[in-house]
Design a protein. Structure first.
Length: 49
């Protein structure tokens, strides 16, 4: 699922406003946590093939 499809799906649930697209690098859990200002344990990353 791409960003467009994810946004459309979340919109059907009334959750589109919860999408966060940080400007900082989020390639690792540590970088994502830093970019969002949260502890690394709060980050869920997805894996794609």
């Amino acid at each position: 699922m791409g960003m467009k499809e994810a946004r459309e799906y979340l919109q059907t649930l009334g959750l589109e406003q919860r999408i966060i697209v940080p400007e900082e690098d989020t390639a690792t859990v540590e970088l994502a946590a830093r970019a969002l200002g949260v502890e690394p344990g709060r980050i869920a990353k997805t894996l794609t093939l």
